[in-house]
Design a protein around this ligand. Structure first.
Ligand code: UDX
Length: 439
């Protein structure tokens, strides 16, 4: 199939490269000329494990190209994907649909033969109808069909999630479009990957409901962790014990400093707005948004408490800035709340992140950046783990203690064993691990 992917960001670039790897001819259309120039040279501007190799291999095979020109790319395409951003509208919280609507208007100008317009961006329920209306203003309705095909890609595992998905969801109400989508995802169908065909609105709802449920699951274990600290239970055992129930499942039960990223925060907020407008307020989600926001601030207080109640004039070493490991993405990262709170309390913060420093520098003024974990910890009055990068798990803990001016570690991701930390003489503060975890 000849496919156009509008948007070469985290979702569009991964989706385009994977579809090319399925054997389709893909052209990614990106408005940012400098990004197109880099991509044409095989330089991938985001950090996603395996993506550079996938892009280069498919460019070399002549299946993947990049352009700013939708006019040229779109003519003759059997499917045009919309994979542009739908960020939260500031103050309001609902999804900003400007870029999706702009793409729809541009697509209308290039529709010649029957074209399937595939919305991969996360959009409010019913947004597909608006896209259809916009295109129909300029293109005959029989010449196109709008389909919902949400992504379920986790950053850091996006390629695997695309190629071996738990499910592909397709919201389609046109038989011709359904056949095109079946051909596009044939490689997954062949591998018995379940493809869920449903209505467009149900597909849009599946995306929001999935993300919001996962965010709720994380928020649930975070609150259980706080309770464990008060009552002397160990949240890791609790998480294991409840997760073995296959009605609950073991994933997304790791407590931490709160969820971040480009999806959970915006999707939870957007759904609460959508529900309120629909006069069906989703109060559970309204609460989780508030709980998650407050948690990030509470983590800063936890760090201050671990330092004896004050960080004024102290050097605090922060390991990990990105919202999760295996990405350079800083969007809504807990560090963006925790670090300024520590600075406001008088701390001098030195930070290290394997991939996020380039982005973080402009977001965290006044922070000193180190080149590696040990340099970051050197001379610090406490070390704080915010993001659970594997390289932090592998640190030589005796060397960590020797670097620190005071043997205090606040581990917001429970990556170190309590017993080993105690045996080495650390004041070890972690999340939800009973009375011992309070250090
Ligand atoms: C998420 C969804 O998983 C994905 O399906 C959707 O398409 C996009 O949003 P992503 O944002 O990449 O993917 O990250 P994910 O791994 O889901 O983590 C989201 C947030 O939850 C991160 O801040 C992470 O640190 C946090 N999290 C996740 C926890 O705190 N504990 C967990 O057990 C899992």
């Amino acid at each position: 199939m000849r496919i156009v992917m509008i948007g070469a960001g985290y979702v569009g670039l991964v989706s385009g490269a994977c579809l090319a790897d399925f054997g389709h001819e893909v052209v990614c259309v990106e408005v940012d000329e400098s990004k197109v120039a880099k991509l044409r040279q095989g330089r991938v501007p985001i950090y996603e494990p395996g993506l550079s190799e996938l892009v280069l291999a498919n460019q070399a095979a002549g299946r993947l190209a990049f352009t700013t020109n939708l006019e040229a790319a779109g003519r003759g395409a059997e499917a045009i994907f919309i994979a542009v951003g739908t960020p939260s509208l500031a103050e309001v919280g609902s999804a900003d649909m400007r870029f999706v609507h702009e793409a729809a208007r541009n697509i209308a100008n290039v529709v010649e033969n029957f074209t399937v317009v595939v919305i991969k961006s996360t959009v409010p329920i019913g947004a597909g109808d608006e896209v259809e209306r916009i295109i129909a203003e300029r293109a005959p309705r029989e010449k196109f069909a709008v389909v919902s095909n949400p992504e379920f890609l986790r950053e850091g595992a996006a390629i695997a999630d695309f190629k071996r998905p738990d499910r592909v969801v397709i919201g389609v109400e046109d038989d011709r479009a359904r056949e095109v989508m079946r051909q596009i995802y044939q490689p997954i169908e062949r591998n018995d990957g379940p493809i869920v065909y449903t209505s467009r609105r149900s597909s849009e709802m599946i995306k929001y409901a999935s993300n919001v449920f996962l965010a709720m699951k994380v928020t649930f274990i975070n609150e259980i962790a706080d309770l464990c600290e008060r009552l002397g239970a160990d949240v890791l055992d609790v998480s294991h014990g409840i997760g073995l129930d296959d009605r609950i499942g073991r994933k997304f039960l790791n407590p931490g400093p709160g969820f971040g990223g480009s999806c959970f925060p915006k999707d939870t907020l957007a759904l609460t707005k959508l529900a309120a407008e629909a006069k069906a307020p989703i109060r559970l989600v309204e609460t989780l948004v508030d709980v998650n926001d407050k948690r990030k601030t509470a983590m800063a207080a936890k760090i201050v408490g671990a330092c004896g109640g004050s960080v004024a004039g102290k050097r605090i070493a922060v390991l990990g800035l990105t919202y999760k490991p295996k990405t350079d993405d800083m969007r809504d990262a807990p560090s963006l709340v925790i670090v300024p709170e520590l600075q406001a309390a008088g701390a001098h913060v030195v930070a290290y992140d394997p991939e996020g420093v380039g982005t973080a520098k402009s977001l965290l003024p006044g922070v000193e950046f180190a080149d590696n974990a040990y340099a970051c910890l050197n001379g610090a009055d406490a070390g704080v783990v915010i993001t659970e990068w594997d390289e932090f798990r592998a640190l030589d803990l005796a060397r960590v203690k020797a670097c620190l001016a005071a043997p205090i570690i606040v581990d917001l991701r429970n990556i170190y064993p309590i017993e080993a930390m105690k045996a080495l003489g650390f004041r070890y503060v972690c999340v939800g691990r009973g009375f011992g975890g309070e250090g």
